[in-house]
Design a protein. Structure first.
Length: 113
């Protein structure tokens, strides 16, 4: 499995309990495709640099930013993106492949030269 980091922007109109439910839904989509969620970090509500428009949905000036670190097979990324596009409350998302952190033993002893 590969390590990934996802940056998610949820609609600004969501209340805290609704945001929790949508984050849980995103986690569920990852887990449905045999992935595991390592960490969820809320970055809070942030203003956009410019007003963004969503086709047929109106204009948006802010959103709730959340970073999710997860592991999933590489073949599951394309279907995962398609599933995320179906979540109405998810304004935008970007998924990055990250390097695995060094194992605890390697980190404690340093890299062998």
């Amino acid at each position: 499995m590969n390590q990934y980091e996802g940056m998610f922007i949820f609609l600004d109109s969501l209340k805290d309990e609704d945001l929790d439910a949508v984050i849980k839904r995103v986690r569920g989509e990852i887990e449905k495709l045999d992935g595991t969620v390592d960490a969820v970090t809320r970055l809070g509500r942030r203003q956009f640099a410019r007003t963004l428009y969503r086709q047929g949905k109106g204009r948006y000036t802010a959103g709730h930013y959340v970073v999710i670190n997860f592991q999933i097979p590489a073949a599951a990324i394309a279907p995962l993106r398609e599933r995320f596009r179906l979540i109405e409350e998810l304004f935008r998302f970007q998924i990055f492949r990250t390097e695995r952190p060094p194992a605890r033993e390697e980190a404690a002893h340093g890299v062998a030269e």
